[in-house]
Ligand binder design. Structure first.
Ligand code: HEM
Length: 303
């Protein structure tokens, strides 16, 4: 089973994120065209080798049964919405998520045009966001993002389903966060660092005893019953216009429960009132769950 290259891709300079809904009655044609998506991506990657291009298509939780009425990935479930009131995660389902990544924006644009030439008549575009590398992989809060991501071969171990009919696939969770940067910048450096649980300039992890229970890394570094860290592979990138900015957050994992557990820990806290204080300065406007099947699955099922 060959996984889609975009799942474990190494960090790039640019990301182009597209959300679509599938027009009613066009499911067979979409499935057929998606079978050619891996070949389209390989073609672009070969033509522009220096762009380090990768593509990824993921199928929305609710759309899966329409597009692939046969077997379903066991853990594909609606996007979780922990929390309450102002601090509650939202679910905004989409049928398809396309991630185009590389080091040249023109190559991403070309790939998107080729995709739309094949699929455009069958899909409605619901969201289009350009992500970019900010300085040395810093989120727009100024903190380096991705440091504790799995590295090397471990990326595949964390992100890809290992066996069964969906081997080589990945559970994806996507949230578009908008930051309140004015509020964030009013914090002192120490308050910002306490909110994340790392130092800002040098990106050093706080000693365990110094991490507030409300620090982002405290709330997201979770262990299972055997003391093993619950890991996800984050493929997030900053996005920005002149007026609004934030993080396009993407989690890829062999299981959907690691992300759900982290999200609950952030929004609902530890049961003693310790929620993630980063959520005071950023708000998720979207939240959607997907499964990104292997290239092998896409091409076989589309015939
Ligand atoms: C760590 C930023 C949302 C999961 C971090 C770090 C930063 C950061 C700066 C520390 C460096 C690193 O290891 O990458 C953000 C921002 C977010 C966001 C700005 C939203 C606006 C999320 C969400 C999740 C998550 C929604 C999962 C539900 C993690 C994990 C770590 C991490 C697992 C590593 C923790 C560790 O083991 O130290 N994040 N994050 N993040 N974040 Fe986030």
């Amino acid at each position: 089973m060959t996984p889609q290259a975009g799942i474990c891709a190494e960090p790039n300079l640019h990301g182009y994120y597209l959300m679509f809904n599938v027009a009613a009655g066009h499911e067979d044609e979409v499935r057929h065209q998606l079978a050619g998506f891996p070949a389209l991506c390989h073609q672009v990657a070969e033509e522009f080798a220096e762009a380090a291009f990768t593509g990824l298509v993921a199928i929305g939780e609710a759309a899966w049964a329409r597009l692939y009425p046969g077997e379903r990935p066991a853990e594909l479930a609606p996007f979780p919405t922990p929390g309450a009131g102002e601090r509650q995660a939202v679910a905004t389902p989409f049928d398809l998520f396309v991630q185009l990544r590389g080091d040249r924006v023109d190559v991403l644009h070309l790939a998107a045009q080729r995709l739309m030439a094949k699929l455009g008549g069958h899909l409605m575009l619901a969201e289009e966001v350009m992500g970019f590398r900010n300085q040395d992989c810093r989120d727009l809060t100024g903190f380096v993002d991705g440091t504790e991501n799995p590295q090397g071969e471990h990326r595949a171990e964390v992100a890809l389903v290992a066996e069964g009919p969906f081997a080589g696939g990945s559970y994806l969770h996507v949230q578009r966060f908008t930051h309140n940067l004015a509020g964030w910048q009013r914090l002192s450096l120490k308050e910002q660092e306490d909110t994340i649980g790392r130092t800002k300039q040098d990106n050093v992890e706080y000693a365990s005893a110094d991490k507030p229970l409300t620090a982002h890394v405290k709330r997201t570094n979770l262990k299972d019953g055997h003391g093993k860290t619950k890991e996800i592979l984050r493929q997030s990138m900053p996005w920005a216009t002149l007026e609004r900015q934030g993080l396009y957050f993407i989690s890829c994992c062999a299981t959907s429960c690691h992300f759900s557990d982290m999200l609950r820990s952030m929004y609902e806290g530890d049961g003693q009132g310790h929620c993630d204080h980063l959520l005071r300065f950023t708000h998720a406007d979207t939240g959607a769950a997907f499964f990104a099947p292997s290239e092998t699955f896409l091409s076989q099922e589309g015939l």
